[in-house]
Design a protein around this ligand. Sequence first.
Ligand code: ZN
Length: 156
Amino acid sequence: MTDTNLTLVCPSCQAINRVPAARLAASPRCGSCHAPLFDGHPLEVDDARFDRHVQHDQIPVLADLWAPWCGPCRAMTPAFINAAARLEPRYRLIKLNADTAPAILARYGVRSIPTLLLFQNGALKGQTAGAMPLEQIVQWAQGHAVASGLTPADRT
Ligand code: ZN
């Protein structure tokens, strides 16, 4: 473990926190509003919050672009929730309703949903379309990012 500080966006108040990497797993709370920084569930975001997390979270950000009318998206919802339980706090999992974010779809050339996007330090590291089961989501995310503050041996 290192004592590197990671910046993390608060899910509740959007404040940017600095959290020692070694304290990631110790249920860190927001220094501004004291809400937990992680609750083991994907975070529902709008396009502005999507950009804030992608740009400022110094852990990998896994985004699910979905829509309420999309059957495969709804089918993948439970797997994505379980993936959050598995991957947080080493990753931030977010969900963005594609219907409300045409600019983001255009930016990444998203033509079908569900699409998963994986970012690290603001850079797109992976993009894949189509529903996946839990194990495949977890493996795909781990294959496209090195979780912050962990050695490869710590990755599960
Ligand atoms: Zn906060």
